[in-house]
Design a protein around this ligand. Structure first.
Ligand SMILES: Nc1ncnc2c1ncn2[C@@H]1O[C@H](COP(=O)(O)OP(=O)(O)OP(=O)(O)O)[C@@H](O)[C@H]1O
Ligand SMILES: [Mg+2]
Length: 294
């Protein structure tokens, strides 16, 4: 029988990285935190038939005053990342346990929690302007004129000017994702759930989208939001995440706080410190993949 050889190369990572992650975590928790957490999971279990995908999920996301937070989820395929997002979105219900948004139990979808998928997050029969204004008009019952004014604000912020009357199929993949982001921000969602949002885009557009997210969330925040991004792209998680959750068998295996980028995505990707963090998470995920198989 052929024996499987596992090559296990430890990345050469500066030990100070671990100290830095721990220090950042402490600093973050000492910031001005509101009393009620933004999101909480208490003993959440989710089974599909006999398959217990989420055995016991617990977390608490603090609401930090005046600050957005981006949580990136990494983990092997099938470990339950999309299931966790769907539970938060209220698209599926836990088998047992509770999910709370601002202290109130989540029992279905809500406008304060917006979901963005890899593709097809927009209505194909509505133009860009109507796609963005739709939740304001239909759900929040805001007058059309006012809704369009707000939609135009986000059209400008997301560099969609000139495409207001185009339909999704007339737009590039990157533009379609910008429409979905604009709609979610325009509807004042406090939690944005993104399931591999840039997975279908080529590398250059992906970098542009990462820069745009950084601009919206870190450098020029209009609103305080908590964003969950599921991604298979480790550099993307390191660039965008304030916190990185590694998911293993439906649980949070580790949660690391990391620094925000100080330069654009392409330049950041060339920095030594950035690449050290990427190797650190690469190694973690590699080991989880081995564990998941065992
Ligand atoms: N609606 C469903 N019905 C039955 N099983 C499901 C359902 N949704 C998810 N599962 C199962 O739950 C497990 C976790 O799936 P999930 O889609 O959450 O994984 P994931 O981490 O998002 O994977 P990937 O990285 O491949 O997208 C898988 O075994 C999957 O088959
Ligand atoms: Mg998934």
């Amino acid at each position: 029988m052929k024996t499987k050889t596992i090559i296990d190369i430890e990345p050469v990572i500066d030990a100070s990285i671990f100290d830095r992650l721990q220090r950042l975590d402490k600093e973050r928790l000492s910031e001005s935190i509101r009393d009620v957490s933004i999101l909480e999971a208490v003993n959440v279990v989710k089974s599909f038939g006999s398959n217990k995908v989420i055995p016991d999920l617990n977390f608490k996301i603090h609401d930090i005053q005046g600050k957005s937070e981006v949580i990136c989820m990494l983990g092997p395929s099938g470990c339950g990342k999309s299931t966790i997002l769907n539970l938060i979105a209220g698209l599926i219900q836990p088998t047992s346990g509770t999910l709370l948004y601002q202290g109130k139990q989540i029992d279905g979808p809500g406008i304060e929690r917006g979901m963005i998928f890899q593709k097809y997050s927009s209505f194909p029969f509505l133009n860009v302007l109507d796609n963005i204004a739709y939740p304001l008009i239909k759900i929040k019952k805001i007058k059309k004129k006012e809704a369009y004014e707000q939609a135009y604000y986000w059209i400008e912020k997301l560099y969609l000017k000139g495409a207001e009357y185009k339909y999704p199929k007339q737009l590039s993949g990157g533009m379609q994702q910008r429409v979905a982001i604009a709609r979610t921000l325009c509807s004042k969602a406090k939690i944005i759930l993104m399931d591999e949002p840039f997975g279908a885009l080529d590398r250059k557009i992906r970098w542009e989208m990462q820069d745009l997210m950084a601009e919206l969330l870190f450098f020029n925040p209009g609103e305080e939001v908590t964003v969950f991004i599921v991604t298979h792209d480790i550099p993307e998680a390191v660039f965008l995440g304030d916190r990185i959750w590694t998911i293993h068998k439906g649980g949070i295996f580790s949660s690391d706080t990391i620094e925000r980028p100080i330069a654009d995505s392409r330049s950041t990707h060339m920095q030594h410190q950035f690449n050290e963090l990427v190797s650190f998470f690469n190694e973690k995920i590699f080991n989880l993949e081995l564990k998941a198989k065992s």
